[in-house]
Design a protein around this ligand. Structure first.
Ligand SMILES: Cc1ncc(COP(=O)(O)OP(=O)(O)O)c(N)n1
Ligand SMILES: Cc1nc(C(=O)O)sc1CCOP(=O)(O)O
Ligand SMILES: [Mg+2]
Length: 216
């Protein structure tokens, strides 16, 4: 995530936004613009679970220009081929989202992120195949998805002391609980609820997260 990772907070950690799993595109485009106007965001991951490719295409066409106008990378969840076909800046793949090595070849020069749960072994494998970042989680309970794996901050310390490849922390992260993750070396904090469900709106969510990152 080289281009996306320039100019972050004083802690060197940046915010990684993920969309809600279902959204009203017209309303969400305005929410996204307000969120990106509010402060530093490295990237947006489009994560529409169970959406048809045509819906993902429509969402990409509506949202990617908003991201690019704010110098924010646009990453597609789950599908490297569709990310390539739609001209996205990259893809995020989980452990059951197809052939990681094939995705690396297809997305040459683009961002490839890989979910590694709480596994040092999976992270080493992802690093060896050329992932641009590895994602660890879930660090905290979350209502956004049912999680089977639970990570602790020591995996961020272990990874960041040993590897140059950035690491992303995910799962139930809020402005109130993120400080140990930043201090343990997370390069990015990936959030859904902390921004889109913030009681004062997404702009307030981005401001609160960036303030917490800077204060950590
Ligand atoms: C940044 C980031 N980290 C982890 C995930 C989870 O990916 P995955 O395990 O494939 O689960 P789904 O998102 O597909 O439900 C992610 N999306 N983004
Ligand atoms: C999409 C996702 N993946 C996770 C993992 O642990 O791999 S946790 C998660 C949900 C993140 O949403 P929130 O910030 O609202 O908790
Ligand atoms: Mg996935």
């Amino acid at each position: 995530m080289n281009a996306a990772s320039q100019g972050g907070s004083s802690a060197g950690c940046r915010l990684y936004l993920i969309t809600p799993p279902r959204l009203d595109l017209v309303r969400f485009r305005d929410d996204l613009a307000a969120a990106l106007d509010a402060g530093d965001v490295a990237c947006l991951q489009l994560r529409l679970k169970d959406a048809a490719p045509d819906d993902v295409k429509r969402a990409t066409e509506a949202l990617m220009p908003v991201c690019h106008a704010h110098d924010v990378a646009f990453i597609l969840n789950d599908d490297a081929k569709l990310a390539h076909a739609l001209g996205c800046d990259g893809a995020h793949l989980g452990q059951t989202d197809g052939d990681h090595a094939g995705a690396r070849k297809l997305l040459e020069g683009k961002i490839l992120g890989i979910t590694c749960h709480a596994s040092r072994h999976l992270a080493m494998e992802a690093g060896e195949l050329g992932a641009d970042y590895v994602a660890f989680g879930a660090f905290f309970p979350t209502d956004t998805k049912e999680v089977l794996h639970h990570a602790t901050p020591d995996i961020l310390e272990w990874w960041s002391e040993m590897m140059e490849i950035p690491c992303v922390a995910i799962g139930g992260i809020t402005a109130q609980n993120c400080a140990p993750l930043v201090r343990s070396g997370a390069d990015f904090l990936a959030v859904v609820g902390a921004v889109w469900n913030h009681p004062d709106g997404p702009a307030a969510g981005v401001k609160a997260m960036n303030a917490a990152i800077a204060a950590a």
